[in-house]
Write a protein that binds this ligand. Structure first.
Ligand SMILES: *Cc1c(COP(=O)(O)O)cnc(C)c1O
Length: 417
């Protein structure tokens, strides 16, 4: 598809990668609800298999043939092409969930005897996989605090006897729910220092909270970006999906493992995500302006002790420089400490009328939850303390509603406390 280079991703989300002439002129990509594809000839089938199994490189002008929906399907391939535009990645791979994207990355880039160096806190499912599943395959995790310096992390690697044995640095930034920021460029330098010979240490970043609009980890030295596409990319709380983006080499490896895990997304999921991508930018921008207003309201309310929001990091804070470098917006996720403890937090949550009490984030509707007893219940009490996951902490994912209604709802709920 030949579009001028200067076209922005939001202009291409309705058409990029799709040829309507191949589908009876349909403006929208049909749902290719099929498990397998007919070859025009045995020779054509042979050619497709040669490329799919890496026996030869695709010729520059060759159309990659469709074989079987575990390997490729138009709804996934077009979606993958569109996703690459936001992160300026060479390639993308779509999965049936964020967790399947993450676990496939961890399995592909780690082998027995190696360590994964990961920022903490990470998403609960990721944490569980690193600490309870990877050890069965001889892989150990070393957790570093989001705000740790390179020297501190290096010392941890030395103390763990892991020098020369780190396979992957895995980070999630901003950390959830306290929005602590990890310096991706620092992780890149550390990964290069820890690489031995041609055994490269890769850097993966879970960009679910700020991507694909406001943060582009590949620009800061990451080798791959992973998403729970269930969140902003899907954006309507009606689909579970995931994605991973990076260079041709990295995604080639990931897609090969995906073929054998069989954890690619189905055509219906691909179609839903394409529809979501058309409004991604307008949704996320509206959510961020709403979140800024909600954060300001909360900060001015006497029942609120402290607001955690990227837009409120003080310039004197060392995190401010990372914020300015890595992010183009304060985003639409915030958390706040209500005066009191669990009782007051619960009273607030139970009093909301418009904002729904649910986990997950990034969707059109605003959602509120209590991290300590919900999303982060699995985090040890010590870690909860370290990361500031307190009894009085409430997390809000801000949606696209009218901001006056959101503020009205929060105000009346605070008054009930
Ligand atoms: C939700 C989430 C995941 C897991 O994604 P699923 O789509 O639920 O499998 C991973 N990382 C982050 C940051 C998330 O918010």
């Amino acid at each position: 598809m030949d579009y001028p280079k200067h076209f922005k991703p939001e202009s291409l989300m309705m058409s990029y990668g799709y040829k309507s002439s191949l589908s009876e002129g349909a403006i929208k990509t049909p749902i290719f609800q099929t498990s397998t594809f007919a070859f025009e000839s045995a020779e054509a089938g042979k050619k497709f298999f040669e490329v799919a199994y890496g026996l030869r490189e695709k010729d520059p002008n060759e159309e990659l043939g469709l074989i079987y929906s575990r390997l490729n399907n138009p709804d996934l391939e077009i979606l993958e092409d569109r996703l690459t535009l936001w992160d300026k990645a060479e390639e993308a791979a779509v999965f049936e969930s964020g967790m399947s994207a993450i676990t496939t990355v961890l399995m592909e880039f780690l082998k027995p005897g190696q360590f994964v160096l990961y920022s903490s806190p990470v998403y609960g499912g990721t944490d569980h996989f690193i600490n309870h599943v990877l050890p069965k395959y001889g892989v150990s995790g070393i957790a570093f605090k989001a705000t740790a310096t390179k020297e501190e992390i290096r010392k941890q690697v030395e103390d763990a006897g892991a020098v020369g044995k780190v396979g992957l640095i895995y980070t999630e930034t901003p950390a959830n729910p306290t929005i602590a920021l990890v310096d991706i460029a620092m992780c890149r330098v550390l990964a290069d220092e820890l690489s031995v010979g041609d055994e490269k240490v890769y850097v993966a970043v879970d960009n679910t909270l700020m991507g694909p609009l406001w943060s582009h980890p590949l620009d800061h030295g990451a080798d791959m970006v992973v998403y729970s596409a269930t969140k902003y990319i899907g954006g309507h709380s009606d689909v579970i999906a995931g994605a991973c983006l990076g260079s041709k080499e990295v995604i080639g490896r990931i897609k090969t493992l995906r073929t054998f895990f069989g954890n690619m997304a189905g055509p219906w999921t691909g179609w839903l995500l394409m529809r979501s991508l058309e409004t991604l930018k307008v949704r996320m921008e509206k959510q961020a302006t709403n979140a800024t207003q909600v954060a300001e309201f909360l900060a001015s309310n006497t029942k609120v002790e402290k607001v955690h929001y990227l837009g409120m990091i003080e310039e004197a804070d060392p995190q401010y420089a990372i914020y300015k470098r890595q992010y183009e917006s304060p985003g639409a996720m915030l958390s706040f400490e209500i005066k009191g403890g669990e009782k007051e937090a619960f009273k607030f949550l139970n009093s909301l009328k418009l904002i729904k009490l649910a986990v997950s984030l990034g969707s059109t509707e605003s959602l509120a939850e209590h991290p300590k007893t919900m999303t982060h219940i699995d985090v040890s009490p010590d870690d909860q303390k370290t990361f500031g996951i307190t009894d009085n902490l409430v997390r809000i994912s801000v949606g696209v509603e009218n901001p006056e209604d959101l503020i009205w709802d929060i105000k009346q709920a605070l008054e009930q406390v």
